[in-house]
Design a protein around this ligand. Sequence first.
Ligand code: AMP
Length: 283
Amino acid sequence: MRIIRSIRWLQTWRRQQNNKNVRIGFVPTMGALHEGHLSLIRQARKHCQNVIVSIFVNPLQFGPAEDLSRYPRPVKSDEALCREAGVDLLFRPSGAEFYPKNFQTSVTVNQLSQRWEGEARPTHFEGVTTVVTKLLCQVRPNQAYFGQKDYQQLLVVKQLVQDLNIDTRIVRCPTIRETDGLALSSRNRYLSESQRTQAASLSTALKQGVQTIKQGETHVRIIQNSMQKILRKNSGVKVEYLAVCDAETLEPLTMVKGQVVLLGALQIGNIRLIDNLLVRHAG
Ligand code: AMP
């Protein structure tokens, strides 16, 4: 596995791939790798001869009161995990390399970035779309792999690739969970033992929502009530949103029709957790 820290070297490496006729698969991450990230890498490994992973804790996607400085950065173990997973190239730039002093460009996806995570974290998606655009422009992969875990992010990235005619296919990978349903996340390591138990209630509530829809319920207020009932049992949990939305536009619905996504965000102490489930109404 090669480790590259400079954009110049990445560009040189990329030029060398031009005539090789190999498929390039790309997995952008912020590190602190877990089974969720590794599942994306395995998917890329299956489809592509050349697998690139980036690890970059992107300051632009953190709000001023968020956890940028304490975000975990286990550099050596991340490198070892990438090596074990058969990654060909690890791109691990520094902040100064990626955003030099005079950096002043940003990329915005307007509508899809507005609601839900966009409302809770006003500068977040602009940070994500700027970093992803910059990475895709350098790596120019055939396919890039994103987790359904961050569903709104996935849609925003798809939109950006479509709008800017970037020649990369965005592949959605399923959410990897603990046995009790909690979606894996680099932030789970901040949870205390009692918070960890409460954290699982988010996926339990979303599953309840899916169940209610599968039983034929179409009224969103009733579906939301069925989910809220589960979360009300957990006193330490603050619900930020629990929404039933169109799976493509993320607009909130009052009646369920076709494919919908249930989106949830919780706060436990000062830790934010998000999760989602897709479900198709049978009617
Ligand atoms: P992050 O390092 O949090 O920026 O995540 C990098 C990529 O891994 C994103 O595409 C995430 O959606 C994906 N990811 C994070 N957690 C999971 C998970 N539990 N299952 C599947 N993909 C995940």
